[in-house]
Design a protein around this ligand. Structure first.
Ligand SMILES: [Zn+2]
Length: 269
């Protein structure tokens, strides 16, 4: 802001500088106060801010591929959807799309918000599916392969789809828990319906399965098409990414590893 021109001879009122031109007024707003809130203050915030507040308070990470369902109260996912729709509408506006007269895009913001929260990213907002574990009473200790299980995910760099398949190899021991075949699919789905990086997704899946099943060995192979390579970027339609995680006996025993991989190639053929 320019200083008032004092060369004018006429008497004039003492100029009052705007508050932002004095050094004293440049003090930042006391940010720490925003951290002290009671329940009534919290309730007045948008749902995303309330959830974020709880996460930060609990020192809980909330990256794109983290599940945050423990911090969401009943009814808040509905509020989240309304918030996302509102911001999606602003994105459409910023893209200069006339959502008023273009009937195809009138409900798009709402549809995308629902798709994100209830469908393609639901693994962030919903708790882990109930999985019943059974003791290994028949002491099964043979290699067991589950798959291929369909994977529908999205990359966290571009939010483009990742579509692929997963195979899981389990070598149980007498202390392992057994879970039903369909439960493997449900756990895969829960982990994958989040914005992801494939390597991290496979590691996360391995951690969850290791904890539930407690096998002697665990092997996971994931093969997927990344639409950020096909729809945009290098537009390479044939590029697929394959990666694997081997744990326990699969790491130590090359024969077991070979047996698993050879059974996979038979299944893929
Ligand atoms: Zn990407």
């Amino acid at each position: 802001m320019s200083a008032p021109d004092l060369s004018i001879a006429e008497p004039m009122p003492t100029p009052v500088p705007p508050p932002d031109s004095t050094p004293d007024a440049a003090e930042p707003a006391p940010r720490s106060l925003t951290l002290i809130r009671n329940e009534a203050d919290l309730a007045a915030l948008p749902a995303s801010e309330r959830i974020r507040y709880r996460l930060v308070g609990a020192d809980c990470r909330f990256h794109a591929n983290d599940n945050i369902s423990d911090y969401i109260r009943p009814g808040e996912t509905e509020e989240l959807k309304a918030e996302v729709a509102q911001h999606m509408q602003a994105v459409l506006r910023a893209l200069v799309i006339d959502t008023d007269s273009d009937h195809n895009t009138q409900e798009t913001a709402k549809r995308v918000a629902k798709m994100f929260v209830d469908e393609v990213f639901r693994g962030r907002y919903q708790p882990m599916p109930a999985v019943t574990e059974f003791p290994n009473v028949s002491r099964l200790n043979e290699l067991m392969i589950v798959g291929p299980i369909s994977v529908r995910s999205a990359c966290s760099h571009h939010m483009c789809p990742i579509l692929g398949r997963i195979w899981i190899g389990v070598l149980p021991n007498e202390h392992s828990n057994l879970i039903g075949l369909s439960k493997y699919s449900r756990i895969v789905d829960w982990i994958m319906t989040r914005p992801q990086i494939q390597e991290e997704a496979v590691t996360m899946l391995a951690n969850v399965l290791q904890e539930r099943v407690k096998p002697d060995g665990l092997a996971i192979v994931m093969e997927a098409d990344h639409f950020c390579m096909q729809w945009r970027g290098v537009k390479d339609l044939d590029s697929a990414m394959t990666n694997s995680v081997m744990r326990g006996a699969f790491l130590k025993d090359p024969h077991l590893r070979r047996e698993f991989l050879s059974l996979l190639s038979k299944k893929t053929a």
